[in-house]
Ligand binder design. Structure first.
Ligand SMILES: *Cc1c(COP(=O)(O)O)cnc(C)c1O
Length: 225
């Protein structure tokens, strides 16, 4: 890793942080939003300069990929926080629990029940976000908006899982704002305060709509191969 790599990473990070701060000011928000740097497809050479530049919260969408690169990166520096933002198969749950500090993709009873079983067996669970398929897209993970209240209730009441907030990925070709406000409404009526929403192309809109966690990949790392 060269000094130039670190300087460039610091520049990109500073730029995103400034845009986040501008969006917070424009929305008259005085809280803080967490920047999750989405490092999927990038290896240590891409990630290390960002760590060097001070970034500590990262997101990955595949358990296997995270297992291959993060233990070594993490061993070098304390305080790294890793978030799973992609679908989680129950057969990868144990592995995921050993890697991630937060899971943004809790979206079905089977997975919720498996998490509760691990908790009952003494495993410390990561922070949990429920993914809502706000566009009701058949190919996309997430609980359907009409089922969200019931699923949130199942997780919290029947299974006693601590749910931190909600997450969504709006349909690619649509105005994301109605999806973000829709997610915020579901959160509000269920008394949830955290919203994981907004990516490189729309994080400022998401912040305006109440995002507390934005997930930014290409704007920080460059385009993915
Ligand atoms: C890849 C990914 C992101 C980041 O996308 P960019 O457009 O590169 O910022 C955010 N959220 C999820 C769930 C992703 O899979």
């Amino acid at each position: 890793m060269s000094a130039r790599d670190t300087k460039e990473a610091a520049g990109r990070l500073g730029d995103i942080r400034a845009r986040m701060a501008g969006a917070m000011r424009a929305a008259k928000r005085e809280d803080d939003a967490v920047l999750i740097a989405v490092s999927k497809t990038f290896g240590a050479a891409g990630i290390s300069p960002l760590i060097e530049a001070g970034q500590r919260v990262f997101g990955e969408n595949r358990v296997q990929e995270a297992a291959q690169k993060w233990p070594e990166l993490r061993a070098k520096i304390p305080g790294i926080e890793l978030h799973l933002i992609g679908p989680l198969q129950t057969n990868k749950l144990r592995q995921a629990l050993g890697l991630f500090d937060a899971i943004h993709t809790l979206d079905r009873p089977r997975l919720a029940e498996a998490l509760a079983r691990e908790r009952d067996a003494g495993v410390a669970l990561p922070r949990l976000f429920i993914q809502v398929n706000t566009g009701s897209e058949p190919q996309k993970a997430g609980v359907l908006p009409g089922d969200a209240d019931r699923f949130i209730g199942l997780c919290r009441e029947a299974l006693a899982l601590e749910v931190e907030g909600l997450m969504c990925i709006p349909p690619a070709a649509e105005d994301p704002a109605p999806h973000f406000t829709g997610l915020a409404e579901i959160a509000k009526r269920n008394g949830l305060s955290r919203l994981s929403m907004g990516m490189s192309a729309d994080f400022e809109v998401a912040i305006k709509c109440g995002a507390t966690h934005v997930r930014i990949g290409s704007a920080l790392f460059g385009s993915r191969a």
